[in-house]
Write a protein that binds this ligand. Structure first.
Ligand code: 5GP
Ligand code: ZN
Length: 135
């Protein structure tokens, strides 16, 4: 499979490594939104969160506080975003699950849009039912 993150996980392509264990790797993003922008990936290839075994996601989840804390403290940032794009429509360019940890400084303008909307009366119940039916 021609996957850049599989190649990084296998050591075939270099990366600036932050953390590694048997199942999880964290490294600096080559195109950072802010200095210290870090990616956390499973070494095994899955494309989207809902396709990934819960146990592997739990292993990634157990690494996130360690890496996020190190990014936050190491970059002396004011906060950070943890972001996981799933699918092209959501902005996923590399089709291997990855969690972005993006250090933020107050007023840095990294994300300027959050286009929040409102539900029309009666809609919220219908939407929640559609989702619960797929659990
Ligand atoms: P996505 O848009 O898929 O959520 O984000 C993919 C991220 O991977 C981008 O932020 C991009 O800069 C990063 N990226 C793509 N190719 C490489 C690479 O070869 N090395 C590293 N370190 N990061 C990469
Ligand atoms: Zn992959």
């Amino acid at each position: 499979m021609d996957c850049i993150f599989c190649k990084i996980a296998a050591g075939q392509i270099p990366c600036e490594k932050i953390y590694e264990d048997e199942n999880v790797l964290a490294f600096l993003d080559i195109g950072p939104l802010s200095e210290g922008h870090t990616l956390v990936i499973p070494k095994q290839h899955f494309t989207k969160i809902h396709e990934c075994p819960a146990q592997l996601l739990a292993q990634i989840g157990s690494v996130l506080p360690k890496v996020a804390g190190a990014v936050f403290k190491g970059m002396t940032s004011d906060g950070y975003n943890v972001l996981c794009n799933n699918g092209k429509a959501a902005g996923q360019l590399v089709e291997h699950i990855h969690f972005h940890i993006i250090p933020r400084i107050a007023g840095d303008g990294v994300f300027t849009q959050w286009p929040a909307k409102k539900y029309q009366p009666g809609k919220v119940e219908k939407i929640s039912e559609k989702i619960r039916a797929k659990l």
